[in-house]
Design a protein around this ligand. Structure first.
Ligand SMILES: [Zn+2]
Length: 177
């Protein structure tokens, strides 16, 4: 039973890494299996077997979709002409011309939108083949104990500061009544 479960999780994981979008649509993922899978994903990712950052990490980064965006990590320009974005005829023609001249640098996508978000102050593009984002995920994961301790301490410091400020505000209010 346990062996069977583990085997199916491993198979599941391989499927997840090769076709990351499909996993989101999988209707039969129970919560406990899912959280176990996520832990396994992080473990698997930390073993450096995947050339890409995980979708868990990308989900945390992505907060926008657009018709044209430049990857801030490698300088590639990504564009799609299939969505509802307001590209002028000249802009579209210019992008297509550049794409034909240098398809590696001007990458055309065929979808409604290109997903991206900021990481370390730079535009990270989900579809970009450079996937420099992976180094961040790996670094964060490798330093997770330090990061967890730091965030806990920082949250406490901010809570203490808020509390001190509130006390001060109350004293000022009392003194000026
Ligand atoms: Zn890139």
């Amino acid at each position: 039973m346990i062996r069977g479960l583990w085997g199916s999780l491993v198979a599941f994981q391989v499927w997840d890494l090769t076709t990351p979008v499909q996993i989101r649509a999988a209707p039969f993922v129970f919560y406990h299996i899912n959280s176990f899978k996520e832990n396994y994903t992080l473990y698997f990712m930390s073993q450096n077997n995947s050339p890409r950052a995980s979708d868990l990490f990308w989900d945390a980064i992505i907060n926008a979709g657009t018709g044209v965006v430049e990857c801030g990590f490698c300088g590639r320009t990504h564009f799609t002409l299939d969505g509802d974005y307001d590209l002028s005829r000249d802009e579209a023609a210019d992008l297509l011309r550049k794409h034909r001249h240098n398809p590696e640098q001007y990458v055309q996508h065929h979808g409604d939108s290109i997903s991206w978000g900021y990481l370390d102050g730079k535009q990270a593009v989900y579809e970009c083949s450079c996937d420099k984002v992976r180094k961040y995920e790996q670094s964060f994961w490798n330093s997770r104990h330090v990061i967890a301790k730091y965030f806990t301490a920082k949250a406490k410091a901010l809570t203490d500061l808020a509390s001190d400020t509130q006390n001060l505000a109350s004293k000022v209010a009392e003194a000026t009544e």
